[in-house]
Design a protein around this ligand. Structure first.
Ligand code: HEM
Length: 442
């Protein structure tokens, strides 16, 4: 256990905040290396903390009583009161309602549906073509979420519905004052009209999905059918608005995170040919000439290690924030009510105490022995405690099966000279996209 410590921090916190706003990843990394396991940012009477030690991360993630999740206001506005954004008193009930849809057996069964979607997607690819892997992985992930969780074929609705969803999500990025400020909203700028149109389009699409499911029968095990069934039977207090909020939540958080993780995996494989070669050997050996199934996920060990290592270097959710609702203590120091506590997987995953030569892409860090030798919360791409990602097993299944299905046939190379710069919004995007040349393997 960590010895009690007194957090230190930069002297001029206003300057620190300006730096944080302009370059959050660089600033947080430097602050952690300089001030250590707990960084204290003091602004007037308020204090923020950045925690950089696995024991402190664990303590913060497990203290749901005193520390509550913060979601930026634009995103809250779009998601309503689904699982990610509901009040903490509602959370346990919603989670209990949804958890049965994410059992191990169910995820394995969904794996087969995922592979169908991935193979169909890659059928459109042509040898020598250049595609933007950021866009490809986003559209593919939207289709996978739609088919697996709602039993809806979204590919027929693309591109308008996809564009509406993407417009809305882009609008929720955390620096977006136009959506955060009520004053600016009154001006009704073109941005607001575009946002309103996209929100209307998406809501209409979702209402139509719900109405159709009610009409056609809702016996299936998917999330949409289950919610509609509960509403019909007046169980669990489910309303039409609840269904809408849950669908938008799962659509939004379920696709962008996994798509981001997969985009960075494609990039890292392109930059590390020796790792890619080892991956191809595993895929060819396990699958011979067939497509993978949900059952294969466990045998594709190296593929999983590649995805884990990719999420270490580029964790799709790079920052989690909690707000203290009353005074609480972490490791002997007091976090006053109203303070914010920040946890950054990006900073922790690059800490050389747990990951020597942290910038090096090395899937061997994920052998069972190497994992057992590290503290659990040195790696937390899916969070932890009762707010931990409900879609974690789903994401591993999708990640491993996408990498394996694509690697069977395709090798991808970043277009030479393309500039890569991190773009930290809610997820860790690539500022200039990810154009890659497709080369057929066999
Ligand atoms: C690589 C992919 C993914 C990553 C890195 C990721 C990461 C996370 C993290 C870090 C949280 C917790 C945030 C916090 O503590 O404040 C979270 C929550 C959540 N995630 Fe994921 N996620 C991924 C994929 C998915 C998928 C595929 C789904 C849906 C199928 C999903 C649905 C959710 C939901 C609904 C929550 C809120 C859970 C709750 O509060 O009970 N996520 N995710």
């Amino acid at each position: 256990m960590l010895a009690p410590l007194k957090p230190s921090g930069p002297r001029n916190s206003w300057l620190a905040y300006a730096a944080l706003y302009c370059d959050p990843l660089g600033y947080l990394t430097r602050a952690a290396r300089k001030h250590g396991d707990a960084v204290h940012l003091k602004i007037g009477r308020k204090s923020d903390f950045l925690l950089n030690h696995p024991d402190l991360v664990r303590a913060a993630l497990l203290d749901q009583e005193n520390l509550r999740r913060c979601v930026n206001r634009p995103l809250r506005r779009v998601l309503g009161t689904g699982l990610l954004t509901c009040r903490s008193e509602q959370h346990g009930k919603q989670r209990a309602l949804l958890q049965p849809m994410f059992t191990r057996e169910r995820i394995v069964a969904l794996g087969d549906i995922m592979v169908g979607q991935i193979a169909h997607w890659a059928d459109r690819w042509r040898d020598g073509a250049i595609v933007d892997m950021a866009e490809e992985m986003t559209s593919l992930s939207i289709s996978i979420i739609a088919k697996t969780l709602f039993n809806v074929d979204f590919s027929s609705k693309l591109p308008e519905s996809r564009d509406a969803l993407v417009t809305i999500l882009q609008a929720t990025r955390f620096k977006n004052l136009a959506l955060t400020s009520k004053q600016i909203e009154k001006l009704s700028l073109p941005f607001h009209r575009r946002f309103a149109r996209a929100a209307e389009k998406l809501d209409a699409e979702i209402r139509a999905m719900i109405a159709e499911r009610r009409k056609d029968g809702c016996e299936g095990p998917d999330l949409l059918s289950t919610m509609v069934r509960l509403q019909k039977q007046s169980r669990g207090g489910v309303t039409e608005q609840n269904i809408r909020d849950q669908i938008v939540t799962f659509f939004s958080v379920g696709h962008e995170t996994t798509a981001t993780g997969l985009m960075w995996t494609c990039y890292l494989l392109s930059e590390n040919p020796a790792v890619a070669a080892k991956l191809y050997r595993e895929v060819d050996h396990v699958l011979s000439d067939r497509l993978p199934s949900g059952q294969d996920c466990e045998r594709l060990r190296y593929t999983r290690m590649v995805f884990a290592e990719s999420m270490r270097l580029y964790p799709p959710i790079w920052l989690m924030t909690r707000r203290a609702v009353r005074d609480t203590k972490i490791n002997g120091f007091t976090i006053r009510s109203g303070s914010y506590v920040h946890l950054s997987p990006f900073v922790m995953h690059r800490d050389p105490r747990y990951f020597p030569e942290p910038e090096r892409f090395d899937p061997e860090r994920w052998t069972p022995e190497a994992v057992a030798a590290r503290p659990k919360f040195s790696y937390f791409p899916f969070g932890g405690g009762s707010l931990q990602c409900i879609g974690e097993s789903f994401a591993w299944m999708q990640g491993v099966l996408t990498i394996a299905t694509l690697a069977r046939r395709w090798q991808m190379r970043l277009v030479p000279g393309h500039r890569i710069e991190l773009d930290p919004h809610i997820t860790l995007r690539s500022r200039y996209g990810m154009p890659m040349k497709l080369e057929r393997r066999n």
